[in-house]
Design a protein around this ligand. Structure first.
Ligand SMILES: Nc1ncnc2c1ncn2[C@@H]1O[C@H](COP(=O)(O)OP(=O)(O)OP(=O)(O)O)[C@@H](O)[C@H]1O
Ligand SMILES: [Mg+2]
Length: 230
């Protein structure tokens, strides 16, 4: 069953007298529990597409249905609540709040949507164990390594057990060993919790591990055939 259905999505950016079509009639869907990778050259519209799907920006036209609910039609308050409950996002740079501890950062989503403590405690335990950050929870972001910071941001994205996890080059800022570890943690979440994962990546070795690969080229999205990935 499709968990995410995107239809005819268009996003334009106007800059003085120029209009950029960052996303040009993108149509795709993602099945429950699937890992879909999105690849493509710099500036082709990958982050824009991901931000639209995560409800961080609004499209000019088209629809984005998550579990059959069209997020493009939601009022801002409803969308904010929906995002907190159903959508997780991991950025290339971790985006942690510097004056909050790792634990406080991880708990932002449940706090925001008013989940009672007992409903996330079990998940928290599982996630921090699986990510290997159990003994780092009282540290501030600048007391953590880059890899640990990214793990905290993954924990924050997973804590509400989102329907879809969007990740924008989550390993782009890490060295090879850390990148491999962070990737295998995301894949473990997919295998163990059936976490649906949509990931933008430059790395073909990561894309080859996805169930399906989509290619973005100058705003146009298309499917990559397995033979093109060799
Ligand atoms: N807020 C914005 N205002 C104006 N133009 C923008 C904005 N965000 C993105 N763009 C433009 O939209 C196009 C797509 O940008 P986007 O960031 O989605 O590319 P990308 O594929 O993620 O690139 P990269 O691989 O370098 O991260 C680019 O031409 C970019 O300059
Ligand atoms: Mg980008």
């Amino acid at each position: 069953m499709a968990i995410l259905e995107v239809t005819d999505l268009i996003k334009l950016f106007r800059q003085s007298d120029e209009t950029i079509t960052a996303v040009n009639r993108a149509t795709f869907s993602v099945e429950d529990g699937e890992f879909v990778a999105i690849i493509g050259p710099s500036g082709s519209g990958k982050s824009t597409l991901l931000h639209l799907c995560a409800g961080l920006t609004r499209p000019n036209s088209g629809s984005i249905c998550i579990r059959s609910q069209d997020i493009t039609k939601m009022k801002p308050e409803k969308l904010a609540q929906f995002r907190g409950q159903y959508i997780g996002i991991v950025y290339q740079r971790h985006n942690l709040i510097p004056h909050l501890t790792a634990l406080e950062n991880i708990l932002i989503p449940p706090m925001m949507c008013g989940k009672p403590a007992f409903s996330y405690e079990e998940t928290l335990k599982k996630i921090v164990n699986s990510l290997g950050i159990k003994d780092r929870l009282s540290h501030l972001p600048n007391e953590l390594s880059g890899g640990q910071q990214q793990r905290v941001s993954i924990a924050r994205a997973l804590i509400n057990r989102p329907q879809v996890l969007f990740a924008d080059e989550p390993t782009g800022n890490l060295d090879r060993a850390n990148a491999e570890e962070v990737l295998s943690m995301l894949l473990r979440a997919q295998k163990e919790f059936g976490q649906t994962l949509v990931m933008v990546t430059h790395d073909m070795t990561i894309a080859r591990r996805a169930d399906r690969v989509l290619k973005m080229d100058d705003g146009f999205l298309s499917r990559m055939l397995p033979e093109e990935l060799q």
